[in-house]
Design a binder for this molecule. Structure first.
Ligand code: ZN
Ligand code: MN
Length: 487
């Protein structure tokens, strides 16, 4: 049967590094791209007898993440040892949380603009919230680099606090998975929990995929794709893997629960090992760590819950009249939203217009120049000056675009002074007045029609005056001039 007739079920385990200065169970600095093995101690090297000490900040951040995602936190949580032969963890167990994790339940809302661009027109489950199973806290392992005959190992990463965010098998497609990862990233960034940059390995995910023929069938055999580190690769890998599983079932083959990997260069999945079950890890409570009472941490982080992207978007629609699309674009990036919010407090322009201006002009120019929002030479203060010049009728909307572009290369200038320099504000209003009179004299027919009630023709005469002034006049002032003379 065609692939599209199979029911696809996906569950995700996302490992996300928490933005902390120190590691999970020792005081070593967390770092990225430093000289290998420069941030180590007996604890994160896993030397016998070294004792772990809890990083309370990492606990707070995990509880905060749970609050952002609507999870609950048990009153007491426990640390467990996950036993395994880890070449990158010499003590051969990872400290993690099995039975009593820091967060339970909750969900991740999928934002429309986070679906792949080509899939946004046909979102199957708009407004979906992907159900979470849990979020637990654990330590990262060291980083291995495999060379031809040897393996290098860097312990700078060993012991970095990792949150593992586990979904229920609640995702139906590669596109939903893509939107899930982007939305989760956006929420963790908004909460200041992680930069969640997949390129830097701050966020990695394991994808569990199964297919079945009928809704009434039990879930199919689960194949786990390990350690994916890009959202677009995840999408490609799922499409490939779903097709492979469907073909196998069509041919009457049975699938075996196993761990696979995605080879980006070959564009295919490859089997690594048959999957171990939880009992193979012989979990047991870590005797070196006491259970943690969570009440005090919960009270400490409750006031830190920020307004989330979808909450901001709803508020902007309600309070400022933004369209759902504009609101979702503005809230899709934490830097953009802060640029917007600063601008609306400074500009006398309604928020809806500010959003239009930012989306239609500002983002275009940023894109063209490949500049990050926070590096924009035109600050919110300067942009609001420009918007205020439009509002005051000193420059027209199209003149403002030129002014904005000019300010981009000379950001130190004062927008009003620059407008004058560019000739947008005619010094001699008398000259404009003379042009208005001239246009009135030359268009007696139109003037009669306007005075007969066809006010729309004022635009035509405004255009004539603009032409006569070689674009220097301000159309708003010209129209007002015409109106006062004719009506
Ligand atoms: Zn250490
Ligand atoms: Mn894990």
């Amino acid at each position: 049967m065609p692939v599209s007739d199979y029911i696809v079920t996906i569950g995700l385990e996302v490992h996300c590094q928490i933005k902390t200065n120190t590691k999970m169970f020792c005081g070593c600095e967390t770092s990225f791209a430093d000289e290998p093995n420069t941030h180590t101690c007996p604890t994160c090297l896993g030397l016998p007898g070294a004792l772990p000490v809890l990083n309370e900040f990492a606990i707070e951040r995990t509880i905060l993440s749970g609050m952002l995602l609507g999870c609950s936190t048990p009153p007491t949580v426990v640390w467990d040892r996950k036993n395994y032969f880890y070449p990158d963890m010499p003590k051969d167990y990872q400290i993690t949380q099995m039975d009593l994790p820091l967060c339970l339940g909750g969900g991740v809302p999928l934002y429309d603009h986070n679906y792949p661009k080509d899939a946004q027109k046909k979102i199957k489950n708009p407004g979906k919230v992907v159900e979470l199973n849990r979020i637990h806290l654990e330590e990262d392992v060291a980083k291995s680099t495999h060379l031809a005959k040897t393996t290098l190992i860097d312990f700078n990463r060993a012991g970095t606090p990792l949150m593992e965010i586990v979904t229920e098998p609640d995702i139906e497609s590669a596109e939903e998975t893509f939107a899930y990862l982007k939305s989760l990233q956006q929420i963790l960034i908004a909460g200041g929990i992680s930069d969640a940059d997949m390129d830097k390995g701050q966020m990695r995910c394991d994808v569990n995929i199964s297919v079945r023929k009928n809704e009434s069938d039990p879930l199919g055999t689960k194949i786990e794709l390990k350690n994916m580190n890009s959202t677009s690769a995840v999408r490609r890998a799922i499409h490939y893997e779903v097709a492979r599983q469907c073909e196998a079932l069509d041919n009457g083959e049975s699938l075996v629960q196993a761990t696979w990997r995605w080879d980006e260069d070959l564009g295919e999945t490859q089997e690594m090992r048959t999957k171990e079950d939880a009992h193979d890890y012989r979990y047991f409570p870590d005797p070196d760590l006491l259970p943690v009472e969570t009440a005090a941490y919960i009270e400490k982080v409750r006031p830190l819950v920020p307004e989330l992207p979808h909450e901001k978007s709803a508020r902007f629609q309600k309070e400022l009249g933004l369209t759902p699309y504009d609101a979702s674009v503005i809230t899709s990036d934490i830097q953009l939203v802060s640029y917007f919010e600063t601008t609306i407090t400074l500009a006398k322009t309604p928020g809806k217009k500010v959003a239009n201006w930012i989306i239609n002009n500002f983002l275009g120019l940023l894109n063209e120049k490949s500049v990050e929002i926070q590096a924009s030479p035109v600050t919110p203060a300067k942009l609001s000056d420009i918007l205020n010049l439009i509002e005051a009728g000193t420059v027209s909307n199209s003149q403002a675009k030129d002014l904005f572009a000019a300010l981009w290369s000379t950001p130190e200038k004062d927008p009003a002074a620059l407008a004058k320099e560019m000739g947008f504000e005619p010094a001699d209003t008398g000259a404009i007045d003379a042009l208005i009179d001239e246009v009135i004299t030359n268009n007696p027919g139109k003037v009669a029609e306007i005075q007969g009630g066809n006010e729309k023709l004022l635009n035509f005469l405004t255009g004539q005056v603009m032409k006569a002034s070689k674009g220097k006049a301000n159309p708003k002032i010209v129209t007002e001039g015409l109106r006062s003379k004719l009506l």
